[in-house]
Design a protein around this ligand. Structure first.
Ligand code: HEM
Length: 136
């Protein structure tokens, strides 16, 4: 049996990655109420935005032109929500893909989650290694 997983290389891979990730989010007891209850996310419009977002970051397609942070600034979330979000993101990538771009996707997601949390005051500045570098 061939158990080798592909890397993320095409728009179809991006779609598979994003669809599977939000399937996990929608089944999650902590995150689903934020997306579906509080924010009433319209998945038909949100998913295509997320395809563009990730294809811009991972494949360089430059199709995403939005600003992610403002949509998160006033969400009713704590550090625990971001921890769960990252746990599901990493699990999803590891379940489906393997390779350089798969690794990059996790690094970029973790970094953005950290920046969001810093801006929202959910984690102390000292937890951010970049801040320690800047301070010198
Ligand atoms: C606790 C974790 C998170 C929650 C609960 C959350 C929730 C949401 C919600 C409710 C929206 C708005 C959807 C809509 O417009 O209907 C959104 C949009 C978005 N999120 Fe998150 N999010 C989280 C973490 C992240 C992280 C870590 C990233 C980046 C890696 C991210 C990237 C985005 C992007 C790109 C959009 C689309 C913004 C746009 O409309 O241009 N999210 N998110």
């Amino acid at each position: 049996m061939n158990t080798e997983k592909p890397d993320i290389r095409t728009e179809e891979d991006i779609k598979r990655m994003v669809d599977a990730f939000y399937d996990l989010v929608n089944q999650d007891d902590l995150l689903s109420p934020v997306f579906n209850g509080h924010a009433h996310v319209n998945w038909e419009t949100h998913l295509p935005i997320m395809y563009k977002f990730w294809s811009s970051i991972l494949l360089g397609s430059s199709t995403y032109t939005g600003q992610p942070f403002p949509k998160h600034a006033f969400l009713p979330v704590e550090k625990a929500h971001f921890d769960r979000w990252m746990e599901l993101f990493v699990k999803n990538i590891d379940d489906l893909f393997e390779g350089e771009i798969a690794e990059m996707s996790k690094a970029r997601a973790i970094n953005m989650a950290r920046v969001f949390q810093l801006k929202m005051g959910l984690i102390p500045r000292g937890d951010n290694p970049f801040y320690l570098v800047e301070k010198k």
